[in-house]
Design a protein around this ligand. Sequence first.
Ligand SMILES: [Zn+2]
Ligand SMILES: [Zn+2]
Length: 127
Amino acid sequence: MLKGRCDCGKVRFEVPEVRKTVTICHCGQCRRSSGHTWASTHAPFEELQFTTDEGLTWYESSDFAKRGFCKFCGSSLFYRMNTEDGIGIAAGCLESPTGLEIGKHIFVKDKGDYYDITDDAPQIQKF
Ligand SMILES: [Zn+2]
Ligand SMILES: [Zn+2]
């Protein structure tokens, strides 16, 4: 069982299992909302058990997806496509040891000009 939380603790959840690879998104929307790149794993939404979701708020970031964050501390936590059963979970909000590793970089064509990608994971220009 993995545990995750926002910084202030007003969103806390458990999930039995997540995808073992982290996808790092370099698109402008992810960089603005997270502060840098959005690094996430994935799980079926119904497997997520919230211990508390007092702070959880959803922002409709596009016609097809929402981003979940804590309204008290601002932590970026989730990404969810409206038509999908799964949910993207911020790798950074999970307690260690996560057992995760970086799987790929996406939207590399939109990456910021202030950093280089220095690991060996595949770099995909779009999705
Ligand atoms: Zn919080
Ligand atoms: Zn993105």
